[in-house]
Design a protein around this ligand. Sequence first.
Ligand SMILES: C=C(O[C@@H]1C=C(C(=O)O)C=C[C@H]1O)C(=O)O
Length: 415
Amino acid sequence: MFSVQTGTKLSIFEGLQVQELWQASKKLGFPSALWRLPHQNEIKLLISIQDGIRKCQPELEKLSPGFMISTFHWDENQDVLLLEGDIILTFSEDHQVRTVDNLLGEEHTEVRKLVYVAETLTNEKKADSNDHSLLLPAINDSDSRTRFERTVELAVSAIRQNEFKKVVLSRTKDLFYSEQFQPAKAFCKLVKVYPHAFVSLVNLPEQNELWLGASPEVLVQQSSNGVFKTMSLAGTQNARNESGELIPKYDIRWGEKEIEEQALVSRYIVECFKKIRLREYTETGPKTVLAGNLYHLRTDFEVDTLSLRFPELASVMLKLLHPTSAVCGVPKLPSLTFLTEIEGYDRSFYSGFLGPVQVNGDTNLFVNLRTVRFKDGKATFFAGAGITEDSDPGREWEETEMKCDTLLKVIAQAF
Ligand SMILES: C=C(O[C@@H]1C=C(C(=O)O)C=C[C@H]1O)C(=O)O
């Protein structure tokens, strides 16, 4: 690993900034991922130069450093996508390169090309002061509210007939965006506005897609000191009053519907621990937590895998947990069948999982929520809401609108 210091030029990456390196990597067609973990200042950029994206089993503790991403529909024997960490750069808050982990060496042709293109972009930037953070008008979706509310009504009646207890129904919202739109700039804005979120931007050249998100939800975390973490997150309320001011946490009250909805997710996690006869976990919460423009209820779970001698716990739990009842439903199978039939679109990577694996010995996988896909000039926002017996279709629609706003309000100037 190179540590980039000012004064002596130790690395060809020195002086380059996050946005230009991201753009260069995108231009050259390298799969790449940019992320910032919750409550941290560092931004990381991982670039896969050699073999592109690998398909593999998520045996997290056995993998070399990479960035994992999986679709929502995934069963435990299927492969997930792994962007190999040929180059992993760390940037400070002011977007300067701090360290470089480069498995290929600085003489590698593709590495040289990357740096050359990034330098060219840096020089071009000086002449270009336009703000490219805009998104353009919405694609007409006047029917989508009616359609979504109808699916909620169907879910409520299925719940009343005891087909299942809870299902999470989702929808999309499409906007056109202009070619000048710069996703890496939008990423940097999200990083500033949402310090509590996992902010990420992933380039999947084979799919010709970019995914940008600010997720509040950990699926599994395994740190190099052996601590495993997961959480149950559900129940949603607007965090701002009508004048746009933040409502203090202690003024937030939760109704029976939200309390029950979140308790179902906690019970589901405890059931997963029970399946592997794990009793030595700590459970903290539920607490009210802020996630962007929203408040949620959250319970945290922790296990010391070192004292249990259970290094593969994160891999085992990933298979048991996904998809959790925060994005699918209870019981899992009937709710999954229902949402697959009724939603009427493919969730793709939305409500799947993503994050760095074995980077500096830590694995941090998040649920892919509060996310937008950029593809062929169209930005597709995804959002869902937990439906229970007491759901009101209009309120569930409003909830999905607020969830789309988490990203929209920050990255769009006009829509
Ligand atoms: C499904 C989403 O969020 C999930 C559902 C929630 C709910 O139903 O209240 C809250 C947080 C998330 O676990 C989403 O953001 O799209």
